[in-house]
Design a protein around this ligand. Structure first.
Ligand SMILES: Nc1ncnc2c1ncn2[C@@H]1O[C@H](COP(=O)(O)OP(=O)(O)O)[C@@H](O)[C@H]1O
Ligand SMILES: [Mg+2]
Length: 397
């Protein structure tokens, strides 16, 4: 008998549906249940053959437990090692090398730092920061968002450099990116399961969460050629990043799909949010994936970062199945040539859109406030990295 464990947070319908689907299909040979965890011994024997992780990004104890389980051969969806190392800015940097278009994005030094970090500790930071250069590159309006965020937390649209400073001043210890605003004609959110199965969901981020109007079931929402490109981009990104479960969001402008968010390895799948059609699809696709992963031949998993990223040049003797190796292989290429060869649109610019729905927090503070060196005696503002359905309450747009 093989055991499948589900690690979940507040969501309800998706974990329940998954457990039922696995148990129905498993007929006692493969069984699924919720994991119960107490103190974890470092030499604990394996309990599960496969774990679906929906929440460890918000609970460090879970993340540490999953890494330990992976060491014993448990298949973890998604790979907790890679997820621990990943961030959105890395992803934006990688995408154009793979021929996927992304908005222009700049990583910005934090506003505040943990206690004990003084100006002296930060001597490597440029001072003052060249805000004008950053804004000139990205353009206005722009989106200010965390480099590893989720659930629309701390995402804002800024229409002027003064608004940018005002928003930046409230970001505390978060590491932020400033990103070109894509005044999209269409918007899609795409599930990707097993780095292969793709479901394109027409999605309106301007509609409220749980309004029933965000996710629209319209198989013809994108014209066929665009849908093909979107599917290809989704597979490219999820394969490169090694995520077995993910959503990739595209803001589409003038026929170009710009990938704006593709680090969602615990994507929303709740019935009340995504609707019956998509909920059933994702439940079925993840159930298929579970059965596939449990039956395919696996060799020992690999845990070294260089092995995950560049297996060809790796010195490690750890190995994974060739499928897994391929799936987790990133071979960066120079962006100019790959953009030319794979997608003329990669890295292309889009005209800024209308500012009719502007954010109004314009500061009247002097410019120097936002350009000074960050304070050392920062508060310990914290935030969680990924989305939870209940956190996704309002549109930043
Ligand atoms: N570059 C962008 N252009 C236009 N809209 C954006 C851009 N970046 C983010 N948004 C809007 O903000 C929302 C949240 O941003 P996103 O990058 O998806 O962060 P999160 O990981 O918190 O979901 C998106 O769903 C989209 O509606
Ligand atoms: Mg998002």
């Amino acid at each position: 008998m093989k055991r499948v464990g589900i690690l979940a947070g507040r969501e309800k319908t998706f974990p329940d549906a998954l457990i039922k689907a696995v148990n129905d299909r498993g007929k006692g040979e493969i069984v699924a249940d919720f994991i119960t965890l107490g103190g974890i011994r470092h030499d604990a024997p394996p309990r599960y053959d496969l774990v679906i992780d929906r929440i460890s990004h918000e609970v460090p104890f879970y993340r540490a437990t999953l890494k330990r389980m992976a060491l014993e051969g448990t298949i973890i969806i998604n790979n907790p090692f890679w997820w621990s190392a990943d961030d959105k800015f890395f992803n934006y940097s990688l995408a154009p090398k793979l021929g996927v278009a992304v908005p222009k994005t700049v990583l910005i030094p934090q506003k505040d730092y943990m206690a004990g970090i003084s100006s002296e500790s930060l001597r490597n930071l440029e001072f003052p920061l060249n805000w004008q250069e950053i804004v000139d590159y990205v353009g206005l309006p722009a989106i200010l968002k965390p480099f590893d965020g989720g659930g629309w937390k701390n995402v804002s649209r800024v229409n002027s450099i003064e608004e940018l400073w005002s928003e930046y001043d409230s970001t505390g210890q978060l590491c932020m990116t400033l990103q070109q605003f894509i005044d999209f004609d269409q918007f899609v959110r795409c599930y990707c399961v097993g780095q292969q199965e793709v479901m394109i969901m027409a999605y309106d981020p301007r509609k409220p969460y749980l309004s029933g109007e965000q996710y629209i079931h319209d198989p013809n929402y994108l014209e066929p050629k665009l849908a093909e490109r979107v599917k290809k981009d989704v597979r490219t990104l999820c394969t490169a990043l090694g995520y077995d479960l993910n959503t990739v969001e595209f803001a589409i402008k003038d026929g170009i799909p710009y990938a704006i968010d593709f680090m969602n390895p615990a994507p929303d799948a709740e019935l009340a949010s995504v609707g019956e059609f998509y909920h059933n699809w994702i439940t079925g696709a993840v159930t298929d994936l579970i059965f596939r992963r449990l039956t395919e031949t696996r060799e020992r998993p690999r845990y070294r970062w260089d092995a995950i990223l560049n297996p060809e040049t790796s010195q490690t003797s750890a190995v994974a199945s060739s499928t897994e190796q391929q799936g987790r292989t990133i071979v960066p290429r120079p962006s100019a040539s790959s953009a030319k060869g794979k997608s003329a649109a990669a890295g292309a610019t889009v005209e800024s859109g209308s500012s009719s729905d502007t954010k109004t927090r314009i500061t009247d503070e002097p410019v120097t406030r936002a350009t000074r060196r960050p304070k050392s005696e920062a508060g310990s503002k914290t935030t969680s990295r990924k989305s939870t359905p209940s956190a996704r309450t309002k549109s930043p747009l």
